[in-house]
Every structure is written in structure tokens, then in C-alpha cells.
Write a protein that binds this ligand. Structure first.
Ligand code: 7PM
Length: 278
């Protein structure tokens, strides 16, 4: 089965991997204090590790629709200390950033995966990753977080997402990033209506085969699930678990979630009682 060359680690992809989300954003914590948000993020990361997360995804800029942008210095101040505190825990670390300056600093402290919602389109990003041993996740989005949900529109969303991911995959390969370091991600919720998200989700198995790269899927607690289930963000775990199992069934290699322990259990059930669709 495929492997993912992920910085200091080589990860087997013979089962779907669970990526735990760690937000280091003051707006994620009730007290809004930066110091607390770093300590809380480190504590949360340790808890997700205890819940058997396979990878931890550390993000300093919320990319929710309409979220305010964060300066380079602010994002560095949030993310780097957390990565340093977690880097010797024996778990692969991912940094969720689109800023090459943040990627560079994260690589310098030992990050194993760069999770870039902008698919390495930033200045110098491709060369930076090519010169490292880190894995990379290349994600599709239409527009930017501030405006992407205003009026998403496609002629053929599945074809357009697949074509973009193929182009970014080829750009990475041309830059010298070997296939074993590349994850592709359809970018659920990133400039897509519920109908767009559903069409892409249903096409995922075929997309994975056509693109020839493992897929990372992130739908946990997203508004698309809220729309389907009629639930607010704090009540979306059942829907998120269902979507995680469906993503596994479609052949997703990495599933990015908030609720690690629950997702790990659900995927164990899928592993024994479910069967791959391909
Ligand atoms: C809308 C709602 C947009 C929630 C973004 C979010 C992904 C990610 C995020 C994803 C990869 C959130 C997310 N989502 N990285 N970062 N794929 N690779 O959980 O789907 O806030 S942010």
C-alpha cells in the first residue's frame, strides 16, 4: 500500500489516518488571551494525541468564511511556540498556513507536513517545500476565505476541482516534490455551496483514481454538515462522524477532524464491518 513521506516519519496509508485540528487562534478561546491560547493549544494537542491522532494540524489563522486575516508576525507568534512544544512527542506535526514565511519558520522547527489551503501558490512556496523533506497538502479553493462563500459558481465543479488539483500536483512534481510527499484536498467549504460540496464528495473515489494521489478530506463540523443535519456548530459531531466514515469508504487517506477519539472508533468499526468502494 502507498506510504506518505512525511518529514521525520514514513506513514503507512493502508488505513485512513486521523488528523487532529489544533487552532491557535485567540478567537478560539473564551478568554481571548494569547498566552492562554498557546498553552491551551498545547494542552489540546496533547489530549488529541492521547485520543490517538495520527497527525496534529496546527493552525494560527482561522480560514473560516469571513474570518479576519492575520499578520505574518502574529501567525508566527501563535504557531511556532506550539510547534516547538509538540515536536518531540513522536507524532507527525502539520502546519495549516498559506504564508511561505510561516512555512519556512515551521520547517526550521521540524514540521513534517505543510497544509496549504493555497496549494503552494505563494511566492517561493514550491521551492521551499521542494528543498525540505516535509509532505504537503495541496487544497482547492475558489476565492479567499473573506469572500469565498458570497457566490460560489462553477460550470462543472467536479471537473474544475480535479483539473486544479492536477495542475498543482504537476507543479509540485516539476518543482521536485516526489509523489510520496503529496496529498490533494478538494477543499470542502472553500468557495462551494452545499450542492458543490456534495457533488465533489460523491466523486471522490473517482477523483482519487484519476489524480493518482492520496486525498486529505476536511468536513468536520463544517456548515455543509450543519445545513444537512440542521445543527449548529456545537452539535455537528454525529454528522461529522458519518462524513468521516463515508470519506474512508471513498478511499480518503487522511481525515481532518476535531473529534479524534470518536472518529478513531468509527473508523475502527468501518475497518472491520465496512468495505472499500473501489
Ligand atoms: C470553512 C469552514 C473553511 C471551516 C474552513 C474551515 C481545511 C483545512 C480548514 C480543509 C485542509 C475549519 C476549516 N479546513 N485544511 N483547514 N482541508 N487541508 O475547520 O478542509 O475552521 S479551516
Amino acid at each position: 500500500m502507498r506510504q506518505l513521506q512525511c518529514g521525520r516519519f514514513v506513514l503507512s496509508l493502508d488505513r485512513p489516518l486521523v488528523m487532529g485540528i489544533v487552532n491557535v487562534t485567540p478567537d478560539s478561546f473564551f478568554d481571548g488571551g494569547r498566552h492562554n491560547s498557546k498553552d491551551a493549544a498545547i494542552a489540546h494537542a496533547r489530549a488529541l494525541l492521547a485520543e490517538r491522532a495520527d497527525i496534529l494540524d496546527i493552525g494560527g489563522e482561522s480560514t473560516r468564511p469571513g474570518a479576519p486575516t492575520v499578520s505574518i508576525d502574529e501567525e508566527l507568534d501563535r504557531v511556532i511556540p506550539v510547534l516547538e512544544a509538540l515536536r518531540d512527542l513522536g507524532v507527525p506535526l502539520s502546519v495549516d498556513t498559506r504564508k511561505p514565511q510561516v512555512m519556512r519558520a515551521a520547517l526550521a522547527v521540524g514540521v513534517d507536513l505543510v497544509n496549504d489551503i493555497a496549494a503552494l501558490e505563494g511566492d517561493g512556496a514550491l521551492a521551499l517545500i521542494a528543498a525540505s523533506r516535509a509532505a504537503v497538502c495541496l487544497m482547492h479553493k475558489q476565492g479567499d476565505p473573506q469572500t469565498m462563500q458570497a457566490a460560489p459558481s462553477y460550470v462543472d465543479v467536479v471537473a474544475e476541482v480535479a483539473d486544479y488539483l492536477a495542475r498543482r500536483r504537476d507543479a509540485a512534481l516539476c518543482a521536485g516534490i516526489v509523489p510520496e510527499r503529496i496529498l490533494l484536498d478538494p477543499g470542502f467549504g472553500f468557495g462551494k455551496t452545499l450542492e458543490h460540496n456534495a457533488a465533489v464528495f460523491r466523486a471522490m473515489s473517482r477523483m482519487r483514481e484519476e489524480l493518482g494521489c492520496p486525498l486529505l478530506v476536511g468536513v468536520s463540523r463544517k456548515s455543509m454538515l450543519g445545513q444537512i443535519a440542521g445543527r449548529q456548530v456545537g452539535e455537528r459531531m454525529p454528522a461529522s462522524i458519518a462524513a468521516a466514515v463515508l470519506a474512508a469508504q471513498a478511499g480518503a487517506a487522511v481525515i481532518r477532524v476535531h473529534d479524534v477519539a470518536e472518529t478513531v472508533d468509527a473508523l475502527k468499526v468501518w475497518q472491520v464491518l465496512g468495505s472499500r468502494s473501489d
